[in-house]
Ligand binder design. Structure first.
Ligand code: AMP
Ligand code: MG
Length: 491
């Protein structure tokens, strides 16, 4: 990829490789001027790692860029076209309220998409207003940064600005724009769009671009498109296992919300599970529980099958052979996912080596957690520190029996108990962005203009494995009266 380097004071060093792809993949758009942008939050460490100057970003000119009012040199704003299966139904979508201003080339030579979300209407807006409200943008900021700190691949949040304009949802709300940073915004839905509405050459262009951008290590003599499919499957298997291990529920795993890079993307109605229950659903629109916690691996596999379908013409000239290759690759998903999950669960229980019965031991604990409505995160914290915070579960004979089996299991490995404890500390977070904590932070921010609650929350969320005394204050469970918690797409 040729890079056009343009460096201004802020440090924007943007290239536009996506704009060099076939024209049908996107629409070049003009910025939508906003009335009076105000910076609400800026991610200093992320800005610095991108090669951006935080002082300059906070100046009027810097903020004007984050609000999509001013375009930095080298930017070529565009809205990406994509399609997607939404709750199983195929639809044409595209960036309806976002624009990609370009790809920032960092001082280390890495490439990151810089996307403004909530920046106004685009040709793909359909009926929408192209805008976003402050609450949901801050929510995405908090949860994506928490995911990053938990060690989970994710898009990140550089900044949130308010626009000085209001957006109408159920009520009138403050308009806001979030700057999202991603290794790319290529989605399963991008391939679905190109496969359905573009030419065979264009599909190859997209696949080649994706390989170059995300999988440059492809070996020349293998079928690079099978490699692409297999690598995407591998990354998703690792990603979804990590979600399950921390109790993250994405909430809207439509194919347009599944990134080819293996990053978690599009934080809409997502939320973390409190009490362990595979049927947990937070999203108000997920009536059937399609995207329930326990269903996420299955849905990921379904989405990957849709991805594989788009690649068929590239996999083999013979259609039957192509289908066979795709099916073989897809059939590896569940095993790959399972291995990632099992490895992660062993670590959560301080187990270093492998025994055949480990899975039964893990399932034994999970079923007791479900039976006694034990909090997922706090149960593992309690096991890590050998405390008994969740009394309902820990007081039972069933748990005592399980605990004995677990202790015996730990005794059958060469590592001492101290090593197990260390492993558990670094595998079981002290803090997750619990729904009521996030709500409290958002309420103070949106209703009172008080950002201090959110800022304190972001600090404790930034080192989830520190197990600091301060974090204990954040581990209390939400009041029963606030449950069941419901999330909304926030569009
Ligand atoms: P999401 O549910 O956030 O993944 O969005 C699904 C689709 O709806 C994407 O094409 C979005 O760009 C589009 N969309 C969401 N909110 C709006 C909005 N307020 N205006 C226009 N398009 C939107
Ligand atoms: Mg989306």
């Amino acid at each position: 990829m040729t890079e056009r380097k343009v460096i201004i004071e802020t440090g924007w060093n943007l290239d536009n490789s996506y704009a060099r792809l076939p024209k049908s993949f996107f629409t070049i758009i003009k910025p939508n001027p906003v009335r009076s942008p105000k910076l609400i939050i800026l991610n200093y460490t992320l800005a610095t790692s991108l090669g951006l100057n935080v002082q300059a970003l906070q100046s009027n000119d810097g903020i004007a860029v984050l609000a999509g009012k001013q375009i930095p040199k080298g930017a070529l704003p565009l809205a990406q076209a994509y399609a997607g299966h939404q709750f199983g139904h195929f639809t044409m979508l595209g960036d309806g309220r976002a624009m990609l201003i370009g790809e920032q080339i960092t001082p280390l030579g890495e490439r990151f998409d810089i996307q403004l979300k909530g920046s106004g209407k685009t040709p793909y807006s359909r009926g929408g207003d192209g805008r976003a409200a402050l609450g949901p943008m801050l929510r995405e900021y908090i949860i994506s940064e928490a995911m990053y700190a938990l060690g989970i691949n994710t898009t990140r949040s550089l900044a949130v600005v308010t626009t000085g304009e209001s957006v109408i949802r159920e009520t009138e709300q403050l308009g806001a724009i979030m700057t999202r940073v991603a290794t790319s915004h290529l989605r399963v839905g991008t391939f679905q769009y190109v496969s359905k509405w573009c030419t065979a050459e264009e599909l190859r262009d997209l696949a080649d671009y994706t390989l170059q951008r995300h999988f440059p290590d492809v070996v020349a003599d293998e079928n690079q498109y099978i490699f692409l499919l297999r690598e995407v499957i591998k990354r998703q298997a690792a990603l979804i296992a990590k979600w399950q291990l921390v109790g993250f529920i994405h909430g809207v795993m439509n194919t347009d919300n599944m990134a080819i890079s293996g990053e978690t993307i599009d934080y809409g109605p997502c939320a973390f599970m409190d009490a362990y229950d595979p049927a947990t659903v937070f999203s108000s629109i997920d009536i059937q529980g399609r995207y329930a916690y326990g269903n996420q691996p299955h849905i990921a596999e379904w989405n990957l099958a849709r991805f594989a379908e788009t690649l068929l013409p590239l996999l083999h000239v013979n259609q039957e052979q192509a289908v066979k290759l795709a099916q073989e690759a897809i059939s590896d998903f569940s095993e790959l996912y399972h291995l990632n999950w099992l490895t992660g669960m062993r670590a959560k229980l301080g187990i270093f080596n492998e025994e055949l019965q480990d899975e039964a031991l893990i399932e034994g604990l999970l079923s007791l957690m479900q039976k006694y409505h034990a909090d997922y995160t706090n149960t593992f914290r309690s096991l890590t520190f050998d405390t008994r915070w969740d009394t309902d579960l820990f007081g039972t004979t069933e748990f005592a029996q399980w605990h004995e089996l677990w202790q015996a299991r730990l005794g059958r490995q060469k590592e001492p108990k101290t090593a197990s404890h260390q492993l558990m500390r670094s595998s079981n977070p002290a803090i997750i962005p619990r729904n009521h904590l996030v709500e409290a932070a958002l309420e103070a921010a949106v209703k009172q203009g008080d950002y201090s609650v959110m800022e304190r929350l972001l600090v404790v969320l930034s080192s989830p494995y520190a197990h600091s005394p301060e974090q204990s204050n954040y581990s209390t469970l939400p009041a029963l009266s606030t449950r069941p918690y419901r999330t909304f797409c926030g569009t």
